[in-house]
Unconditional design. Structure first.
Length: 714
């Protein structure tokens, strides 16, 4: 995407290096500069990230890594590979090299039916296997009418025996028409009606099947009209010869009564099939924690494990842990390798500043209308799990470690039980929490993947009841948590990866490398780039009114979900470090059965995005657009100083009466009260300094201006 002009960007040149150095390609591990990385959710869009991460790992060390949903998977893979690099003898990149192979592995065909490994990671529970097959059959079908027709046809075929009631009603109606308009007797009319209706249903079924097949192959279906006419004529001729009807009677009865009867029979059959499909699916989803797949392996002997089972082994493999007794935990990443034999279950968490690798993901407690970051913040309500429920979601090795490190009370009288009387176990401290548990809680995509049940005390009631809390996809509350590692004056860049729809002005060109086209990956090269956000025109006269209403309602849900993320995208100090990757409609998202070429194209786009970040931000870059890190620091400094000036000029902040409030505060001891008043005095002195200077740094703050406020920690 083209940009013009520059609002304050440096001309280039190298900035002062961080403590980690400003080394270029091929530098030693200790000389690499740090960066943070945040990745947006998107289910199968996660194939974008492995090569992106691997490309950045050549020139950066990852300090803090976070994401949501599929972004959480990528963040965990990045953290595991960084852990392996940090603890290997030569700090080699073998973990990242293995991570880069993942898109190709996910694209490999396997299983029955033959599909990509990516598709087979999502294994429905046995009760919903057929339903899942019906729903996935319409993936990547761009023609909406064809998709709906294929869905309905598959549902009817799934419950074909429900056609019997419809057929009997059709026979009854048609026999009445025959007995009233022909010389046939009652019994003969029923026999004739059954034969005619059967022929009609066969004709309609064959025609629909051929139509769907032809449309799926993008071949014209006009010739199918001829097929239908020939079938109807065959039925008419049969009626004339078999029952000695006059030509006029045959035509009228076959075309009128037959059409009406077939239509009624078809509608009844479809209604019964839809009802049966919906009731079975709803019961199955509710019985499986509100998901079609629970993440476990549901097909014994299958070539591919279920998603959670596979992730557990994959993260441990990337980290170099193999099949050790302890799965990869937050403690590993923080630098405190847990003792597999006797873990200290009461060991407190390592502060964020002291963690070697800081890994964070988002999850959403929909029962509480709350969002949480994992590792959980200090002071949240205690959380408990039911081992029998979690066995359905996590592998045995993970469950054994959780049970070993659980902070359960030893006394039977103090054990926590749910409403059904089941004994619950308390979640371990964050340091002992397996990484795969956090990732699974972040990617519980509604309906597709089961929610994760936890229990918590409701302290608002006198009885302090223990209630179940459902944890679902982190993207419900924040699909790209830019706030995770943000700081007023950052020590190193925090890169963010945003996934968006294809923009009409910059179409994605199939077969063209991502970095050779404008429509695939975009990073602003100047301070005027990235300010405008594209949105699709909501009014589409060509669509049916019902479709437009559904689109409107979906936009409401999307706004509730993403407004916090979206408002940050065009802000200075944010947009300059967010690389935008566009996707076609048949890429990413719910496209579980993406073909290999789509997976390869998305993977290439991710690698291109990393290249754009390197060229713009890395201290050793020689690209024309270099200097991004120096420019970013200037933007953040100008923003921060403007906020400080605004704070110092606030009349409430410089009011001396606050000193008396400090003196009256019983929470402070004498020394703390003295420090508090010294801080307030420094703010008043700063106000005086600003007043004497008669200038303002706020005038040079980037626009739109930011605001300072106290907000809860997620």
């Amino acid at each position: 995407m083209q940009e013009t002009g520059d609002a304050g960007a440096p001309a280039g040149g190298q900035e002062n290096p961080e403590k980690a150095g400003q080394a270029g390609p091929g530098a030693a591990f200790d000389e690499l500069p740090f960066c943070d990385l945040i990745m947006k959710g998107g289910i199968t869009s996660g194939v974008i990230y492995p090569k992106l991460i691997t490309r950045l790992s050549r020139d950066y060390r990852f300090k803090s890594i976070g994401g949501t949903s599929a972004g959480a998977i990528a963040a965990a893979g990045c953290a595991a590979a960084e852990y392996a690099r940090m603890h290997s003898a030569n700090h080699d990149n073998s973990g990242f090299t293995e991570l880069a192979k993942l898109p190709g592995q996910l694209a490999e065909p396997s299983g029955n039916p033959a599909a990509s490994m990516l598709f087979h990671l999502f294994q429905p529970v046995p009760a919903l296997k057929k339903h899942f097959g019906v729903l996935t059959a319409i993936l990547n079908v761009n023609n909406k009418a064809l998709a709906v027709a294929r869905l309905l046809f598959s549902i009817v075929k799934m419950f074909w025996w429900l056609a019997l009631p419809g057929f009997l009603i059709g026979v009854f109606l048609l026999s009445l028409a025959l007995s009233a308009s022909t010389p046939l007797g009652a019994l003969a009319s029923v026999e004739a009606a059954a034969l005619l209706l059967a022929a009609w249903l066969i004709a309609a079924g064959v025609t629909l099947h051929l139509a769907l097949a032809r449309l799926a192959q993008k071949r014209p279906a006009a010739s199918l009209v001829t097929v239908a006419i020939l079938l109807v004529l065959a039925v008419s001729v049969h009626a004339i010869t078999q029952f000695a009807l006059s030509p006029l009677q045959a035509v009228l009865i076959v075309l009128a009564a037959g059409l009406i009867s077939v239509a009624l029979a078809g509608i009844l059959t479809l209604a019964l099939s839809l009802w049966r499909f919906a009731t079975q699916m709803l019961a199955g989803i509710q019985g499986n924690f509100f998901g079609i797949c629970n993440g476990r392996s549901s097909e014994p002997g299958a070539q591919v494990s279920g998603l959670t089972d596979w992730l557990t082994a994959y993260f441990d493999g990337l980290a170099g842990l193999g099949k050790s007794a302890v799965p990869l935990t937050f403690g590993h990443l923080w630098g405190d390798i847990p003792d597999a034999a006797q873990p200290d279950c009461e060991l407190e968490d390592t502060p964020a500043a002291g963690r070697l690798i800081n890994f964070e993901v988002m999850t959403t407690a929909v029962s509480q209308s709350m969002c949480y970051a994992i590792p959980f913040r200090e002071g949240i309500v205690a959380l408990y799990y039911d081992p029998d429920e979690w066995k359905k979601l996590f592998p045995e090795r993970v469950m054994q470690w959780l049970d070993k490190t659980s902070r359960s009370n030893a006394s039977p009288d103090e054990q926590v039980r749910n409403a059904a009387g089941k004994t619950l176990k308390r979640l371990p401290h964050n340091r002992h929490l397996p990484v795969v548990v956090a990732v699974r809680m972040s990617l519980s995509f509604p309906i597709l993947l089961s929610a994760v049940p936890l229990y918590a005390p409701d302290n608002s009631t006198k009885q302090r009841t223990i209630k179940r809390a459902w944890f679902s996809d982190g993207g419900i509350s924040s699909n790209m948590p830019l706030h995770f590692f943000d700081a007023p004056l950052p020590a190193h860049p925090t890169f963010a990866i945003n996934l968006k729809d294809e923009q009409p002005d910059y179409p994605i060109l199939p077969g063209v490398p991502a970095c050779q086209q404008d429509g695939r990956a975009y990073l602003p090269k100047t301070n005027v780039g990235g300010q405008n956000r594209f949105w699709a025109d909501p009014s589409n006269p060509a669509e049916a009114p019902g479709y437009n209403l559904v689109s409107f309602l979906l936009n409401i849900v999307d706004t509730m979900q993403n407004w916090r993320d979206e408002i940050q995208f065009p802000y200075p100090g944010y947009r300059d470090r967010i690389v935008q990757i566009s996707q076609r409609k048949d890429e990413g998202g719910l496209n579980l059965n993406m073909p290999k070429e789509n997976i390869d194209a998305l993977s290439d786009a991710g690698e291109c995005a990393a290249e754009l970040l390197y060229r713009r931000f890395h201290p050793a870059s020689t690209a024309p657009e270099r200097g991004g890190w120096q420019n970013h620091r200037q933007l953040r400094l100008r923003t921060y100083l403007a906020i400080v000036e605004e704070l110092a000029n606030d009349p409430n902040m410089i009011d001396p009466q606050w000193d008396a409030v400090v003196d009256a505060c019983a929470n402070y001891n004498h020394a703390q009260a003295g420090l508090g008043k010294a801080i307030l005095l420094s703010i008043r002195n700063l106000h005086a300094t600003i007043a004497r200077s008669k200038v303002s740094v706020a005038e040079k703050a980037p626009r739109p201006r930011a605001s300072l406020r106290i907000s809860p920690k997620i």
